[in-house]
Design a protein around this ligand. Structure first.
Ligand SMILES: [Fe+2]
Ligand SMILES: [Fe+2]
Length: 374
């Protein structure tokens, strides 16, 4: 039987990957929303088999127990953060080196240094706000995995991740509140992705969407910001979060490897499509359309330039540095005539396939380890 994948229209809701108009037409319509309900469509599974069947997951569980930290007492919350100074120093941070010269002929060409600084500050608020919302997504997803995964060892591990994610929500929320003086609502592309992950009834899809894709991207993005910023509180906060996050990605890779080995081509096709959809949603969200809007700029005027900004391009690709090798390890790249490999080629991120996957690499991220992998 030949496997035919769905096309972009069906997977993404647009024919062209880079259709800016279609990307920007997805926006958050309810900025005052306080609660958001999503059906999770899944059975909670008991297991009566309490044997140690998966030593790698049990090792991860032991690591998680000793790797716990206390967000209230282990971080220097009394650090004074001079936001203007920090953003100036990290101007490239996360928004990743927008080069003002690149915007000649647009409304932002006239922006002076002060205006770019204001924009940079909002960019920082936006970035950390999306981290925060993503962390809450991880909190809900791991609570769901604790219920739905049929393996005892995985339930034990997933329960520790619930606590880790609670801590992550706590630290990002507190940092935004105490040090940044402003936040942003969830980006619509991120929200759509989180909804899709939670809604899927199949337990391995929660892992694929969250542990491999969202957390794989988070690990790369946190690592980038950790390297870049000299703000001591943020730097340490990210270091602590990364020590957990690497374990979470390892949890996904170690669990799914076993499941995917036994899957048919038709089943793998659906996993490949889901990984692709997740990758594109995350790329779309990094266009940070809400920040432009807040500064009176129509994103349609500048986003095409953002996409072609050379420094920006490097940043955008780097976000996939963990995702691609992990997808490769799981067999997702090359099953079904290498369909996902071709999609990652189109996205310009396939070059990361030879980097180390996170199945073992997580050990290098432990607190106390000398050097954190870039
Ligand atoms: Fe997290
Ligand atoms: Fe996580």
């Amino acid at each position: 039987m030949t496997i035919t994948h769905r096309d972009n229209d069906e997977i993404l809701g647009r024919a062209e990957l880079d259709d800016i108009e279609a990307i920007l037409s997805v926006s958050n319509q309810d900025l005052d929303e306080v609660e958001h309900a999503v059906k999770d469509n899944a059975d909670a599974i008991f297991t009566w088999d309490y044997s140690l069947a998966r030593p790698q997951l049990r090792k991860l569980y032991e690591k998680a127990k000793t790797g716990q930290w206390n967000a209230s007492t282990d971080l220097p919350w009394d650090t004074e953060v001079d936001l203007e100074q920090v953003v100036t120093a990290d101007q490239a941070a996360m928004m990743a080196g927008l080069s003002p010269d690149h915007y000649a002929g647009t409304i932002v060409e006239k922006w002076d240094d002060k205006k770019w600084l204001e924009f940079g500050i909002d960019q920082r608020r936006w970035t950390l706000s999306q981290f925060l919302h993503g962390e809450q997504g991880a909190l809900l997803c791991t609570a769901k995995i604790t219920e739905t995964v049929p393996w005892y060892d995985a339930k034990l591990y997933a329960s520790t991740q619930v606590m880790d994610e609670a801590r992550h929500v706590e630290v990002f929320s507190r940092y935004i509140d105490e040090k940044l003086g402003g936040s942003f609502q969830v980006n619509a592309h991120l929200k759509m992705l989180l909804d899709d992950i939670i809604q899927d009834s199949r337990w391995d899809m929660t892992y694929l969407g969250m542990q491999v894709m969202v957390e794989g991207l988070a690990l790369a993005a946190f690592g980038y910001m950790h390297q870049l910023t000299e703000e001591p509180l943020l730097k340490q906060l990210l270091r602590y979060v990364m020590s957990d996050e690497a374990r979470h990605v390892a949890f996904g890779v170690l669990s799914l490897r076993e499941v995917y080995e036994g899957m048919t081509d038709a089943e793998m096709k659906e996993r490949q499509e889901f990984a692709y959809e997740a990758a594109v949603r995350m790329r779309d969200r990094f266009l940070s359309q809400e920040v432009w809007e807040r500064h009176g700029v129509n994103p349609r005027d500048v986003v095409p330039l953002v996409l072609s900004d050379p420094t920006r391009e490097m940043f955008q690709q780097m976000l996939f540095a963990k995702i691609v090798p992990n997808c490769k390890k799981l067999g997702l790249l090359d099953r079904n005539d290498s369909w996902l490999r071709h999609r990652f080629e189109e996205m310009g991120v396939i070059q990361f396939e030879h980097l180390e996957d996170t199945g073992e690499e997580y050990l290098k991220f432990e607190l106390g380890a000398d050097a954190v992998p870039a």
